[in-house]
Design a protein around this ligand. Structure first.
Ligand SMILES: NC(=O)c1ccc[n+]([C@@H]2O[C@H](COP(=O)([O-])OP(=O)(O)OC[C@H]3O[C@@H](n4cnc5c(N)ncnc54)[C@H](O)[C@@H]3O)[C@@H](O)[C@H]2O)c1
Length: 382
């Protein structure tokens, strides 16, 4: 069993999810690697106390990420900080020779992403990936296998989305994720977009062009003191893209929706693929259910449903009939990161983290979407 010693920079919502996933690593069976949290860093000291209380392996607690990067005991870094800090901290991490799982959107904008990509190119021995956990839900793994087996035939259309309902309340206080200076001009696309792109990009369904409609619905929110302040980020985005089916060479519509104001939706991620020989759809609203339509020319057009349990890319102790959830897919994503670092190749095409090239393409798409919104035009993704 090889131990990879991790430092976490940013100990908020996502930093703790990784901490928890690593603390119950014994859940996974048959893996030859494990993470160990040896250092944490957050500028807010209150955020690191949970780690100090729960991780006996912790040797360093810091408020300065440069101290963590200077720690020779740290092999790898997970960085989960606001988007404006991705470029400086990711680049310093890579320059320090630490393997990195960075959070999306992997740079606050395209310029920042370009700088991260240059840094990666200059340090080919450092393993770098971007976080995105949803493909690890068992129905999505099954859908990925259908793509690999070319079960869909010629693609008719693909619809991907990520919907939140939490911002429907106009009195919800503003936080950094609703402020352009920390979250970026992409707004909801930067926050939620990478999740919707991961599987389509991995399938080879690269958008060639995009027509975007972006909405800023709630333009003011209360700050911490109850004073109403401008909220300038995009709440909702609808992208209509033209992608090309790599097998048939035929173009097809790919829609991507990211919404923070989607009434009734908590954290709904969905993907629907329609093809000439098969269709499939999955939504995290019913996380165990894969719906499929398998079609023989002239035959019945029948949707069937398959309820899946803990049928995972990386096996674990949980019985195959039990439900799979968010904390499981975070742990599966970490197993995928470490598998690829350890073996030099992913466990399978869809049991893998987002590559820097895929993250970079999402920036090209989102930047084109901003141009499309500004000009009311269809924009080439270039
Ligand atoms: N993969 C997912 O499903 C998912 C979900 C939510 C957020 N995210 C991403 O994770 C990242 C962080 O989001 P979050 O929800 O954890 O935010 P958060 O606000 O909960 O945590 C961010 C933490 O970073 C700390 N921080 C700020 N500046 C720092 C610095 N200079 N050095 C060290 N720490 C610093 C903050 O004090 C805070 O504790 C973002 O990129 C976000 O897009 C991913």
């Amino acid at each position: 069993m090889k131990t990879y010693r991790f430092g976490i920079i940013g100990c908020g919502l996502m930093g703790r999810e990784f901490g928890s996933a690593s603390a119950r690593w014994c859940h996974l069976t048959g893996v030859e690697f494990r993470p160990e949290i040896v250092a944490v860093c957050d500028t807010n000291p209150a955020m690191t106390s949970w780690f100090a209380e729960n991780f006996p392996t912790l040797g360093q607690v810091s408020t300065d990420y440069r101290e963590l990067l200077g720690n020779p005991d740290v092999d790898c870094v997970y960085c989960a900080v606001p988007h404006n800090l991705h470029e400086p901290i990711y680049c310093d991490t890579i320059r320090a020779g630490k393997h990195l799982l960075g959070e999306k959107p992997f740079g606050i904008d395209r310029q920042a992403n370009d700088a991260i990509m240059d840094c990666i190119a200059g340090h080919p021995h450092v393993f770098v990936r971007c976080s995105s956990e949803f493909p690890f839900f068992p129905p999505m793994q099954r859908l990925g296998r259908m793509i690999e087996e070319r079960a869909f035939g010629q693609v008719i259309e693909v619809n991907a989305g990520f919907l939140h309902g939490s911002d429907l309340n106009p009195d919800k206080a503003i936080n950094w994720k609703r402020m352009v200076e920390y979250n970026g001009a992409y707004g909801c696309l930067g926050d939620l977009g990478m999740h919707t792109c991961h599987v389509p990009f991995r399938a080879g369904w690269w958008p060639k062009n995009v027509r975007a409609i972006l909405s800023n619905i709630v333009r003011e929110r209360p700050d911490r003191n109850g004073r109403r302040v401008p909220c300038a980020t995009w709440d909702n985005a609808a992208l209509l893209c033209e992608a090309v089916d790599p097998d048939s060479g035929a173009p097809f519509p790919l829609t991507i929706r990211t919404q923070r104001i989607a009434p009734g939706e908590t954290n709904t991620w969905y993907l629907e693929v329609k093809g000439m020989r098969a269709c499939a759809r999955w939504s995290s609203t019913n996380p165990r259910r894969l719906e499929r339509l398998l079609y023989e020319p002239g035959g019945e057009q029948l949707w069937e449903r398959l309820d899946m349990g803990w049928e995972t890319a990386f096996p674990g102790i949980t019985g195959a009939i039990f439900e799979f959830g968010f904390t499981d897919c975070i742990q599966q994503m970490w197993a995928a990161f470490l598998h690829e670092l350890h073996h030099g190749r992913p466990a399978s095409r869809f049991a893998a983290c987002v590559t820097p090239a895929e993250a970079a393409y999402s920036h090209r798409l989102f930047t084109a979407a901003l141009r499309s919104q500004e000009h009311g035009s269809t924009e080439t993704v270039s």
